[in-house]
Ligand binder design. Structure first.
Ligand code: NAD
Length: 251
């Protein structure tokens, strides 16, 4: 039986052309939502997903895409912020320009999308924002200081925005994925001398013996975005195979 709990609702998913964002956009559409995907290059998207070209590091482009999505669908009920970029290295490895670039996409990009969508969310009966943090927010990870700082800020932003907007009925939650088998991780594995061996080792390091799937993260996002979570706001949900809860360290 297909659940249709998003029937009549409209969702905007940034970074929805790949990985977790694509799995989320597809699941929300399957469950009845009209879904607008905002991405750098949404050309690969298939119906019923509707792509809008947007760069979350460019405020004008985000505003134009959010307004166009709202115009096309008659409003916005759900925002899922998946767009993000990787950053590897220590604090000393990353100069100011790199800090600026990564935080501009991973943190301010989330702010821009929410700010553009807020006027529409205020008119919704199921206004919900789900931001994507990361397991590294609570566990730390070598070579990820910049990335973790941005994701930690996304989690803090989520909690404070939940407080700011709770009386308006707009919910804000965060999902902190562990290691998820997406093109993002695929690119890291491809850079290894032996990608297949590296993939096997990465799976073996997970508490469950395998990476999280994008579909598993999408299911958690969909719950938080759905009317079933009407009383859930200001939370951060780990979808990490138990890594953070078991006090293990990702590697
Ligand atoms: P992915 O690379 O498969 O997808 C990311 C998408 O974001 C791509 O479609 C890309 O085009 C889009 N994007 C990047 N920069 C953009 C910009 N400036 N404007 C608009 N779109 C942009 O990655 P993924 O693994 O699906 O990751 C999605 C989110 O989940 C990211 O925020 C990432 O930090 C987070 N995350 C991923 C993992 C993991 O293990 N894969 C773990 C924890 C958190």
């Amino acid at each position: 039986m297909t659940t249709t709990d998003f029937a009549g609702l409209t969702a905007v998913v940034t970074g929805g052309a790949s990985g977790i964002g694509l799995a989320t956009a597809s699941l929300l559409a399957e469950r009845g939502a009209r879904v607008a995907v905002l991405d750098l290059d949404p050309a690969s998207l298939k119906e019923p997903l509707v792509g809008f070209t947007a760069d979350v590091s460019d405020d004008a482009s985000v505003r134009a895409a959010v307004d166009a999505a709202a115009d096309a669908f008659g409003g916005i009920d759900v925002v899922v912020n998946c767009a993000g970029i990787s950053a590897i290295g220590t604090v000393e490895d990353n100069p100011d320009e790199q800090w600026g670039r990564v935080l501009d996409v991973n943190l301010v990009g989330v702010v821009r999308t929410i700010r553009a969508a807020l006027p529409y969310l205020r008119r919704s009966e199921n206004a919900s924002v789900v931001n994507i943090g990361s397991i590294v927010v609570t566990t730390g990870l070598p070579q990820r200081a910049l990335y973790a700082a941005g994701k930690g800020a996304v989690m803090s932003l989520t909690l404070s925005m939940a407080a700011d907007h709770v009386r308006e009925g707009i919910r804000f939650n965060c999902v902190n994925p562990g290691t998820v088998d997406t093109p993002w991780v695929g690119r890291l594995l491809d850079a290894a001398a032996d990608p297949a061996a590296e993939r096997a080792a990465l799976n073996a390091r997970q508490p469950t013996g395998r990476m999280v799937t994008a579909e598993e993260v999408a299911a958690a996002i969909a719950y938080l975005a759905s009317p079933a979570a009407a009383s859930v706001t200001g939370t951060a949900l780990a979808v990490d195979g138990g890594m953070a809860g078991l006090r293990l360290r990702p590697a």
